[in-house]
Design a protein around this ligand. Structure first.
Ligand code: FMN
Length: 318
């Protein structure tokens, strides 16, 4: 299986066996999950926005203790811009620790891309629109993570879904594309590749994995969610936010001008398992997640399902 993605630009850039990325997720994408994804042949991406550099360093070393396989680090640009000292420190730290693959999100990558690339770091930037994709290409990034409106978390208010967004970006941009949003298995991966992607990123699928550190109630809420199990809530001033349709999320939807104050999701849901009184980040892909599984099974089944779909389509020629 190892050679099967040999000509793939995401595999070439990351050094992983498969072009399957575990999306960065606040608090969740730390050593336990990220190491498991990389050890299984995918590309774990560690988040850095919910902790200080000391914790980031500890998590980084913990991943290195578990696996010698490649993994990436995410920089949330908007978050870093609020703290210039942290911004400088983390860029220096990335370079010093010879991190080879960085994803940037939530902001303009131009600010960091030259310095990182000069140090030999491959930079992929997450974009929710065609316009942002063109700007990122212009800034000199090595690849794009194209996030459709199906995706979990903070979304663009324009709500363009992956089916059109991937094709629109592919028409105009020649950089490697990683598709994010709406993908939880090999069928979704094959579809994304047909629409122009070179790899996929999954977030929600990995939240409901054995190695994900969140409370079982959150994982089970993802497993139980149907195709209408998530909603997009307003996230002032301009964005939206995709979350599980919890009672608290519905209350926010019904009272957009005077939303209720919700419990902090990390404390209440991730740690406490309360799925009633807060929102819980999840994508529409939750409808395709039917079981909590070990990360290795998720990766293996995604790869085998991908080739099954490719064979099914190729058989149309015979
Ligand atoms: C629980 C959770 C937390 C997330 N947190 C972040 C984050 O901190 N930064 C970020 O860029 N994206 C974040 N995302 C979005 C993912 O990076 C990715 O775009 C998304 O999960 C793809 O859609 P999917 O969940 O349907 O696979 C988060 C997603 C989830 C499920």
């Amino acid at each position: 299986m190892g050679q099967m993605f040999a000509d793939n630009p995401v595999v070439a850039h990351t050094g992983a066996r498969y072009p399957i990325i575990q999306a960065p997720m606040t608090w969740i994408a730390r050593a336990q999950l990220t190491a498991a994804v990389s050890a299984a042949g995918g590309i774990g991406v560690m988040e850095t926005s919910s902790v200080d550099l000391e914790v980031t360093s500890r998590e980084f070393e913990a991943i290195r203790e578990v696996t010698d396989k490649p993994f990436g680090v995410n920089l949330a640009i908007m978050f870093l811009r609020q703290n210039e000292e942290m911004e400088r420190a983390i860029i220096d730290w990335l370079i010093e620790h010879q991190v080879r693959f960085v994803t940037t999100s939530a902001g303009n990558p131009r600010r960091h891309v030259d310095q990182l690339k000069e140090a030999g770091v491959v930079v992929y930037h997450a974009v929710p629109t065609l316009d942002a994709a063109l700007k990122a290409e212009d800034a000199g990034v090595d690849g794009l993570i194209v996030e459709g409106a199906e995706s979990a978390g903070i979304r663009n208010a324009e709500e363009v879904n992956s089916f059109v967004l991937l094709q629109a970006v592919r028409e105009r941009v020649s950089l490697p594309i990683v598709a994010a949003g709406g993908i939880a298995d090999g069928r979704g991966m094959a579809a994304a590749m047909a629409l122009g992607a070179d790899g996929v990123a999954m977030g929600t699928r990995f939240v409901a994995s054995k190695e994900s550190p969140v409370h079982p109630n959150y994982k089970n809420a993802i497993v139980e969610a149907g195709v209408d199990g998530t909603i997009l809530l307003p996230r002032p001033p301009r964005a939206k936010y995709r979350t599980l349709k919890t009672p608290a999320a519905l209350e926010v939807q019904e009272n957009p001008d005077n939303p209720p104050r919700l419990s902090n999701a990390i404390d209440a849901l991730y740690i406490g398992g309360d799925v009633e009184n807060t929102t819980g980040t999840a994508g529409q892909s939750a409808a395709l997640v039917h079981e909590i599984k070990p990360v290795s099974a998720i990766i293996e089944e995604t790869v085998s399902g991908f080739w099954r779909e490719i064979d099914r389509l190729a058989a149309m020629r015979t």
